[in-house]
Design a protein around this ligand. Structure first.
Ligand SMILES: C[S@@+](CC[C@H](N)C(=O)[O-])C[C@H]1O[C@@H](n2cnc3c(N)ncnc32)[C@H](O)[C@@H]1O
Length: 268
């Protein structure tokens, strides 16, 4: 069976970072737990997401966990409604505790919810989903058809499978308005700001790297592109030395490598 672009993406792993961010989960969690007194320090990843938020009618932070983002927004005068939601009760109570310590508990509505299920669409214009897998983010968006509307801005930070998420976004009518790379420790995170507006297309390589026009001035773009090249070169080498058929993966891999090399030249 020929390998299509879709199942090529589905079989790809560990794309969104230089090394797998999930492996450092414990260390990151420990860093995030360092909340002392009423204030806390957000890590660089959350700071970048925070910097990409504009004041508006309302915002939901899906999978809020510690709830730092809505707490900081409330503290800094975000004027719209703020919702912090999580599928699990424990993280949600952590978020409430953060808000209480910051003195903004009454500014935030806490929702125990799977994805956007309990979100009131008319009360928000911004949806944040950070620190979750790209496929989970796609599943959540898939179940909330109301967000396919130009009123909403999505701020997404997939921990894995950024290419699957970009594929979903461009195939569902979203425009990737802005993309940022964030290096925190040894990890490289991708943040995507998207809006349902006009169709846009991405090359296969851009599904992994981000749209070239968005990332070309990012100081981390060259590092990220080179990391992707190393990753795909290693995979290509493995396929070439394997006695089994590559199932059509090799030509796609070679095409992506060509596109990434072009990008590398332009970025150098
Ligand atoms: C790693 S934390 C990310 C916390 C925070 N958003 C950040 O970026 O630092 C992921 C959170 O997503 C929550 N979660 C997982 N699946 C979810 C779903 N389907 N709907 C809502 N929350 C979910 C988990 O309970 C967990 O608290």
């Amino acid at each position: 069976m020929a390998l299509t672009r879709t199942n090529f993406l589905m079989r790809s792993t560990r794309i969104s970072s230089l090394s797998d961010p999930q492996k450092g989960k414990g260390r990151r969690k420990a860093l995030l737990r360092r909340v002392s007194g009423p204030l806390y320090t957000m890590n660089k990843r959350l700071e970048v997401i925070y910097s990409m938020i504009s004041d508006g009618r309302g915002l939901i932070d899906v999978g809020t966990d510690h709830g730092y983002l809505p707490a900081k927004l409330a503290q800094n005068g975000y004027s719209g409604r703020l919702f912090a939601s999580d599928i699990n009760a424990m993280p949600l109570s952590k978020a409430k505790e953060t808000a209480r310590r910051c003195g903004v508990e009454d500014r935030i509505t806490f929702l125990l919810s799977d994805g956007l299920d309990a979100c009131p669409p008319e009360e928000i214009d911004t949806i944040v989903m950070a620190g979750m897998g790209g496929e989970l983010i796609c599943n959540i968006l898939d179940r909330a058809e109301w967000c396919l509307d130009g009123r909403y801005t999505l701020l997404l930070q997939p921990m894995t499978k950024a290419e699957v998420l970009r594929y979903w976004l461009v195939n569902n009518g979203f425009q990737l308005d802005k993309e940022r790379l964030v290096k925190d420790g040894t990890f490289l995170y991708q943040v995507i700001k998207a809006r349902f507006s006009k169709n846009m297309s991405l090359s296969d390589a851009e599904l992994f790297s981000g749209s070239f026009s968005n990332i070309q001035n990012d100081p981390l773009a060259l590092t990220h592109t080179r990391a992707l090249i190393r990753r795909f070169e290693a995979e290509k080498k493995g396929l070439l030395s394997s006695p089994k058929s590559s199932g059509g993966r090799l030509p796609i891999l070679c095409a992506i490598l060509d596109q990434l090399s072009e990008m590398e030249k332009k970025l150098s």
